[in-house]
Design a protein around this ligand. Structure first.
Ligand code: PEP
Ligand code: MN
Length: 264
């Protein structure tokens, strides 16, 4: 049997960006909390030439009493914001029953770390046209990650973006352990675009910039980053979200760094 993940070379275009050719920054809050929160974020993203907004409506939280997300209502808000501000939208899908409606409302569907091995979800996602961002499970090795990629490919889905977000190790001084070399390894083994998530990996907004730079040095095709108008009041992941007023500086530093790396 032929393994497809080493062969396929999808051309993925999202809101004018040629993924892999153009460096992509996907940014936005961890969770959708309100229309106003999304609107404040969208305005800053547009000003900084960001083309894709992330925000989750289904939240796989460790604690069942924590905020669980605004679900379909949240996706509808994100859809409105995307249309109003000409932003492509990106959001997490946690269950195969959400796929059909989410595929109508949202441009890019994300499989989170906790669902990397939810094979029924992967099969269902293979039926829709939307590009998929597949994150590595934090307890999975690269072979297992590529097994999940193959599930999508085997079911006819090719417009896949891989996202490395670090893994669980015995080290707990950062939220997860992020090995930037995994970006190189994934790019050696596949021709798929590979992006990095420095927010969930580090768990601290002051560590997002240095980790992003490490990922860029290792050839990442882009970043997915959390930013929030008021991180202290955020309903999830408040320590890792970049305050929205600091986001323009972050984008400038990233763009300068990407330019510098390309010149070498
Ligand atoms: C997220 O990107 O919103 C998220 C929950 O990340 P992960 O699935 O990598 O933990
Ligand atoms: Mn988050």
């Amino acid at each position: 049997m032929k393994i497809k993940y080493s062969i396929v070379k999808p051309k993925i275009k999202i809101n004018g960006l040629n993924i892999k050719k153009d460096f992509v920054i996907i940014a936005g809050p961890c969770s959708i909390e309100s229309y106003e929160q999304l609107e404040k974020t969208a305005k800053v993203l547009v000003k900084n030439n960001i083309k894709i907004i992330r925000a989750s409506a289904y939240k796989p939280r460790t604690n069942p009493y924590s905020f669980q997300g605004l679900e379909e209502k949240g996706l509808e808000m994100l859809n409105k914001i995307g249309k109003k501000y000409d932003l492509a939208t990106e959001s997490e899908i946690t269950d195969s029953r959400q796929v059909k409606r989410a595929s109508e409302l949202i441009d890019v569907l994300r499989v989170g770390a906790r669902n990397m091995q939810n094979y029924e979800l992967l099969k269902e996602l293979s039926k829709v046209k939307n590009p998929i961002i597949l994150k590595n499970g934090f307890g999975a090795n690269i072979e297992e990650f590529l097994g999940s990629v193959e599930y999508l490919l085997a079911n006819g889905k090719e417009n896949i973006i891989l996202c490395y977000r670090g893994i669980r190790t015995f080290e707990n001084s950062t939220r997860f352990t992020f090995d930037p070399l995994m970006i190189k390894i994934l790019k050696e083994k596949t021709n798929l675009p590979v992006i990095a998530d420095p927010s969930h990996a580090s768990g601290r907004n002051d560590l997002v910039l240095p980790l992003s730079k490490a990922a860029i040095v290792c050839g990442t095709d882009g970043l997915i980053v959390e930013t929030h108008p008021n991180p202290k009041k955020a309903l999830s992941d408040n320590e890792q979200q970049i305050p929205l007023n600091e986001f323009p500086k972050f984008v400038k530093e990233i763009n300068d760094f990407v330019r510098f790396e390309k010149q070498k």
